[in-house]
Design a protein around this ligand. Structure first.
Ligand code: AMP
Length: 463
């Protein structure tokens, strides 16, 4: 019987060199912005105690209930491949006593996450995210700045029409009342809900609001909205966030059905979508909404059919970024109460769109010199020469594994180097080397020990 071919696990991919170029580009932009906004880099382990996620993210969330790769270790510990990064970072914040540092603590990270989802375009079982978190700061200005940072990263990556979808899901003061309202709305209508939402009704009724099933959406469109039931503090916080958005000219749309799949969020939640329509993003409001009188909080409604269609269009591509405020998470994980806000972006989705848009990524460093060799002695000397060029900082290319001079010269031609250095058997014995200028074909012979200095002079390379 023929052995089945070995392949990467379902929903998990190799990142091939042509893809890593995009990952690297995204990393570089993140790093530049992290430095500007003074975020320090942190990396947490890929494996964590399963309990970190069941406690932090929430037992009744899809991520924990259905999607976590968890197992019992040989030592008997229950471990999970991290499905998300915020709970681990908050665990690290508590474990390393970061509350003793000047607050807020601003951290960023970039790495792989694991969720047993049904694989499809832009949705994988191992996927990469970059994330920015601000811990120890309660003010709404941070929520706006986090959104602005992700917006800037995507802008720097040449994304044009981006839309920030935003909502407030309240806090432990106002959410329980809203939950009760939702229950009394959905319970009599339970038989019209999909099977998942019937379960959600018992475990996590807020999640019904972002169900994608048409029959649930019909009911949701008439359901009470959290924005109408925020406590005074959450109302003020949200109003301030929106005012900061206006100040920053961030194109946003209110989406009262945005709840996100993780339990730890409080107050602001948001997602950033690439806009598929050419029209300018706008604040979504229904024709019946009225401008607020002074001092009144104006919360526009999301009711217009055309606007809903727009959001549906965005949803097809999937959100590029998701995040929000999580003021209760540190306490939930056994730390001091620590208000915090952060977000994560899906790197595969961003890379996919960059590729689709044909974003050209220039090679990091184009070799200027090719080292060609013929014969055993020449090969040995060339091997050493490679190191001398590295030390002096001149990028080179070689084909040490090749023996045919013709093949090597063809390769030099293809790469488009300025000079090829040829070390044949005769030159290797005499301690010389040929410098060939590719544009003119002019050749000269120099002493081998002088060639690096000579090339430096010719290329006027700064050391
Ligand atoms: P989340 O951690 O669920 O808030 O997701 C944040 C971002 O990560 C999303 O907006 C997506 O861009 C990306 N993302 C989440 N889950 C996946 C997945 N299974 N595959 C690829 N990207 C994902």
């Amino acid at each position: 019987m023929r052995k089945p071919k070995l392949q990467s696990p379902t929903g998990m991919h190799d990142i091939l060199p042509e893809d890593w170029k995009y990952f690297q580009k995204i990393y570089n932009v993140c790093e530049e912005l992290a430095n500007f906004y003074e975020f320090a880099k942190i990396e947490t382990p890929i494996l964590e105690d399963t309990e970190l996620f069941s406690r932090g993210v929430g037992l009744a969330t899809d991520i924990v209930e259905k999607q976590m790769f968890s197992f019992k270790s040989r030592g008997g510990d229950y471990l999970a491949l991290r499905p998300e990064g915020t709970a681990p970072v908050v665990r690290a914040y508590i474990e390393h006593g970061m509350h003793n540092l000047p607050q807020p603590v601003k951290l960023w990270y970039f790495g792989p996450y694991f969720r047993a989802e049904k694989p499809q375009l832009g949705r994988y079982r191992q996927f990469w995210q970059f994330s920015f978190e601000v811990l120890g700061e309660a003010g709404p200005v941070i929520d706006a700045q986090i959104v602005q940072i992700f917006y800037n990263i995507l802008k720097d990556l040449k994304f044009k029409d981006l839309v920030v979808s935003v909502n407030s899901i309240g806090c432990s003061q106002c959410r329980p009342c809203f939950r009760r309202l939702l229950l009394s709305y959905f319970r009599p209508r339970e038989s019209f809900l999909c099977s998942d939402c019937r379960r959600r009704l018992r475990e996590n009724p807020l999640r019904i609001l972002d169900c994608k099933e048409e029959k649930c959406q019909m009911l949701v469109s008439q359901a009470p909205q959290m924005l109408d039931h925020l406590c005074e503090e959450c109302h003020k916080h949200f109003k301030d966030v929106l005012e900061f958005f206006e100040e920053l000219s961030l194109p946003y749309s209110l989406n009262p059905y945005l709840v996100r799949g993780l339990d730890y969020y409080t107050k602001t939640v948001f997602e950033i979508f690439p806009s598929l329509t050419s029209q300018e993003p706008k604040i979504l409001r229904s024709s019946s909404d009225e401008e607020p009188s002074q001092g009144q909080v104006f919360i526009p409604k999301f009711r217009n059919k055309e606007d809903e269609n727009n959001i549906e269009e965005h949803a097809k591509v999937g959100a590029l970024v998701g995040g929000g405020r999580y003021d209760n998470l540190a306490k939930l994980l056994g730390g001091k109460p620590t208000p915090a806000c952060g977000a994560s972006a899906g790197i595969e989705r961003i890379a996919l769109l960059l590729k689709e848009k044909g974003l050209k990524i220039p090679a990091a460093q184009k070799p200027k010199v090719f080292l060609a060799q013929l014969g055993e002695l020449a090969k040995r000397k060339t091997l050493k020469l490679v190191e001398e060029f590295r030390e002096i900082g001149i990028p080179i290319s070689e084909s040490l594994g090749r023996d045919s001079l013709k093949t090597q010269l063809n390769r030099a031609d293809k790469i488009g180097v300025k000079y090829t250095l040829i070390l044949g058997q005769k030159e290797a014995l005499e301690g010389t080397i040929i410098i060939k200028e590719m544009a003119t074909g002019k050749q000269e012979t120099v002493k081998l020990e002088k060639v690096v200095g000579e090339m430096k002079r010719k290329l006027k390379t700064k050391n």
